[in-house]
Ligand binder design. Structure first.
Ligand SMILES: Cc1cc2nc3c(=O)[nH]c(=O)nc-3n(C[C@H](O)[C@H](O)[C@H](O)COP(=O)(O)OP(=O)(O)OC[C@H]3O[C@@H](n4cnc5c(N)ncnc54)[C@H](O)[C@@H]3O)c2cc1C
Ligand code: SF4
Length: 500
């Protein structure tokens, strides 16, 4: 196979290709496959390793070390500190994600057309791209038998309140409902990039070099000519060997945190680079029931409530193993122990918001990104309301108590308390929030004063330099973004291929 593991390289590596694509996540893998299938000579670089499905044990501590950056402990700095885990392996964060796939809603695409001059992202033009990506990665709604008791209970509550909801569309072929999607799918059902678009890129002739950390882009003034990378050993330490790839086009797709850092370290300048960071702040809302729930059965993210999407609130299943759920269960000492003893009675859903505020990614000495992000007062209100609505569903389903992930009021005991929770102000510092969808730090706009890249992903003011990952999304996608990243990356790569 045309794959070189950087750890095994016995000398420096030199390549000259048409296109070098850096990053193998939702954006990079799709861009590489699209370009290779169009006939370009493509080199694909990835900092992490190329793991086989047999290595995915589903055991969280092991898999956090194997598949995540910093064992899943990446976070924003601000109030509150928000954990934003990132994948670091072939497939990027898609290898560890929940498999949920939505196209961006038409009203979001229409806003991008209107505000950013991105006519090519109009709903009728994006529909075939969404359809093509969905076909290739097998997007289908979760069948009834894999919904799991956690989601069924939540659906019962949502229906009692009249809230619109549905099973979630996911990129799987033959999902067995083992419930460990966030730790690498051990059955190979989830069609993450390591099992779909990366093999397609290789089949079309692309070369993959793993354990290759891009350090800086090669440039001559504003013309970018490729990339220099450090080759890494099995522990992620530089071996002392380097890769130098000369390319007519360089596509950066190392994710919304790392893309602005790599561009800046390489001398690329744009006043908006790193700005406009959106993350979809979210909170885990747990619920205790008198009867056992056995929430670990079935697909963890299998059902959503979309009733409040226009308000920027989206509610989805999120059930994790005990060690991961434990920090969001309130109490210390005996109280916490008692609740953990009743783990089989726990239900768990997540409430995420499309924020109106934003953060930014700065670059610290050594070229590492630092994400600065604080919840704004309107976003605190929105997140509190999202938690309140999720709690209301749980009480409608029969919960005896609900855990809010808010330190100033961690437990709610009735529907009335759940409603009241949404009406009160909560300070940013009290949220135990998390986020999974960093985006927007190299936003796309036809207008160089509003965006870092143009409608074809080309960095304004530079030649030969493209971005094709979550960084280009101009604003929140309202829902989980991976399918939109893939569809936009298809468009960027197709434009690049067409430009010759
Ligand atoms: C636990 C979890 C669950 C999620 N669930 C969902 C979901 O169900 N649905 C959904 O739509 N979204 C989900 N997401 C988010 C989704 O996976 C991301 O939005 C998406 O993968 C981002 O794509 P990307 O191409 O921008 O970056 P990534 O997929 O993160 O890929 C970036 C790649 O670049 C590599 N890289 C970084 N720096 C370098 C460097 N210097 N040199 C070489 N390589 C480098 C990284 O190792 C990584 O492989 C989830 C995220 C998490 C953490
Ligand atoms: S639930 Fe399905 S997609 Fe998730 S890890 Fe298990 S088999 Fe894979």
């Amino acid at each position: 196979m045309n794959h070189l593991d950087g750890a095994a390289a016995t000398s420096d590596v030199r390549r000259a290709v048409d296109v070098v694509v850096i990053g193998t996540g939702a954006g990079g893998a799709v861009a590489a496959a699209t370009l290779a299938e169009a006939g370009a000579r493509v080199l694909l670089l990835e900092e992490g390793a190329y793991h086989r499905t047999e290595e995915f044990s589903g055991h969280p501590p092991e898999m956090l070390t194997l598949l995540y950056r910093n064992r899943g402990l990446t976070a924003t700095l601000g109030t509150p500190v928000i954990g934003v885990p990132l994948g670091c392996a072939v497939g990027g964060t898609t290898t560890v994600n929940s498999g949920t796939c939505y196209p961006a809603p038409d009203y979001v695409l229409e806003r991008w057309v209107r505000d950013e001059g991105l006519g090519d992202l109009a709903p009728p033009l994006m529909a075939p791209r969404f359809a093509e990506v969905s076909r290739r990665i097998g997007v289908t709604p979760v069948p009834e038998e894999l919904l799991g008791p956690n989601a069924r209970l939540f659906r019962k509550g949502a229906e009692a309140l009249g809230f619109a909801g549905a099973p979630i569309p996911r990129n799987v072929k033959g999902c067995k409902g083992t419930g460990v999607c966030a730790f690498g799918c051990p059955t190979g059902a989830k069609q993450s990039m390591n099992l779909s678009y990366v093999p397609a890129a290789l089949a079309a002739g692309a070369e993959l070099v793993t354990r290759a950390r891009a350090r800086r882009l090669l440039s001559d003034g504003n013309r970018i000519w490729g990339v220099e990378a450090s080759l890494l050993d099995a522990k992620g330490q530089p071996t002392g060997r380097t890769l130098r790839a000369l390319a007519r086009a360089t596509v950066v797709a190392v994710g919304a945190f790392y893309t602005p850092a790599l561009l800046r370290t390489s001398g690329v300048r744009h006043p908006l680079l790193g700005r406009n960071l959106r993350i979809h702040p979210a909170a885990r809302v747990g619920a205790m029931f008198a009867e056992p729930v056995k929430g670990w059965i079935g697909v963890p993210q299998s059902y959503h409530v979309s009733q409040f999407e226009r308000e920027g609130i989206f509610i989805q299943g999120i059930f994790a193993p005990p060690g991961v759920e434990a920090p969001s269960i309130p109490g210390i000492g005996r109280e916490h122990r008692e609740r953990m003893r009743r783990f089989s009675h726990l239900g768990s859903f997540g409430a995420l918001i499309s924020e109106s505020g934003s953060g930014r990614v700065v670059t610290v000495p050594g070229g590492q990104p630092l994400a600065l992000y604080s919840l704004s007062p309107p976003d605190c209100r929105r997140l509190a309301r999202a938690i309140s609505l999720t709690a209301q569903v749980w009480f409608a389903a029969g919960a005896t108590e609900v855990f809010t992930s808010v330190r100033s009021r961690p437990v709610l005991r009735s529907m009335a308390e759940a409603r009241d929770f949404g009406d009160r102000a909560v300070g940013a510092k009290y949220f135990d929030a998390m986020a999974f969808h960093p985006m927007g730090t190299a936003r796309m706009s036809a207008d160089p004063a509003r965006g870092v890249v143009d409608g074809s992903g080309r960095v304004h003011g530079y030649e030969g330099l493209y971005v094709a990952d979550a960084a280009v999304l101009p604003s929140s996608t309202r829902r989980n973004p991976q399918l939109t990243i893939m569809a936009v990356a298809t468009k960027i790569a197709a434009d690049l291929a067409a430009s010759g």
